[in-house]
Design a binder for this molecule. Sequence first.
Ligand code: SAM
Length: 481
Amino acid sequence: MEKIIDEKKQGESLVIEQQKENDRKLYIESYGCQMNFSDSEIVASILSKEGFNTTQKLEEADLVLVNTCSIRDKAEQTVRKRLEQYNAVKKINPSMKVGVLGCMAERLKSKFLEEEKIVDMVVGPDAYKDLPNLIREVDEGRDAVNVILSKEETYGDIAPVRLNSNGVSAFVSITRGCDNMCTFCVVPFTRGRERSRDPQSIMEEVNDLWNRGFKEVTLLGQNVDSYLWYGGGLKKDFDKATDMQKATAVNFAKLLALVAEAQPKMRIRFSTSNPQDMTLDVIESMAKYPNICKYIHLPVQSGSNRILEEMNRQHTREEYFELIDNIKKLIPDCGISQDMIAGFPTETEEDHQDTLSLMEYVKYDFGFMFMYSERPGTMAARKMEDDIPEETKKRRLTEIINLQQKHSLLRTQQHLGKVEEVLIEGNSKKSNEHWKGRNTQNTVVVFPKENYKIGDFVNVKITDCTSTTLIGEPVGYSDNN
Ligand code: SAM
């Protein structure tokens, strides 16, 4: 599953190739979404030029960085517990410095230094280039904070080092920030206004990945469909662009076509789409290029028109169905997944039933489902009472999850008997005799290794399935090798 990084990966410490001349040790851990994991690669790249090699041993680190997530209260609590553990290690190694990166850093700013005595440095998501200066401050015994959000920073000029990479698939950031202002969501406050990265630098990164043997890229952004490059500047200022800038602007559909044509044997994925911004030309680009994977993560959050409006999602249930119908018309075998929130303020049983009936209409391949968590500063927190009892939220979430599991099984069963192209990513979790990869719809496929190797595109006949995994037998290399 793609959207939120695998639970197992949460808090994973990252290692990169050691530089002989580097003599300081960096321990870097990441939580939350793919964007955070991708940002940690940018941070490691910046710090490798500052004399740091990565380590997986917390006790020997000179600098500990934790890249944090604020999306739900639980995510923040996990990091707070982790900070306590760093504190214990710091007692043994008092010269160790600790920095908080990412969304929690941005949300709590210098409060972090007061609240969490353990923290020496607080760095927001747009301030990573300032890390060398901030580390110097900390080395000289001062606390250091930079949480300035930028209108321009896209880190387009930094080649991220690939951390803990399987050498097959990589993330490429294409936008930063978000302008959507969903009332439940903290992202616009922690990651700033939406800006798009120069397509030239995206293409350079993709081409470089291909030359280094990578076979799949995921174009990343909080809302990729909103990508718009017109020579720089914020999305919201596009109206003020010159006629020339408007005529030569690159939108997401064009960017997809550029990347797909530049590397026709490379698989292209993207995440996340927002229904309000997903236009027909994006679906047409997907249908046109065989190397763009037939999978869309399309969060909806609720099936009730009233709740969608309260959430400021800017589309109705009916418009969402129209989008789904268009996707299925142009790409009949497209995999679709969802994000859903149970128990948003004022949600009634009828609203909840609307969510279940929307799910029945779409029958998603998989989903990421959450209980509503009030986030300080968001419009919902300011204007609405978090009035759905915990028990009700839990029960509704369970009903949503149970229905999703039923649909997931239904979807995986539709692959039975088919021969599908799978890109091998690594060992199967359960057996060293089997490879694990994904088909175009992003469903995990497991099959015997035979003589195939990581990075091969293999045709696999699907013989069995669970609700999350397809099981098969390899029948030969696909044409894509
Ligand atoms: N911009 C992306 C999007 O629209 O999917 C990413 C947003 S967030 C990183 C991923 C998911 O977390 C959202 O789609 C939503 O389902 C969930 N989420 C966001 N804020 C939440 C909140 N306050 N309570 C519960 N879930 C939340």
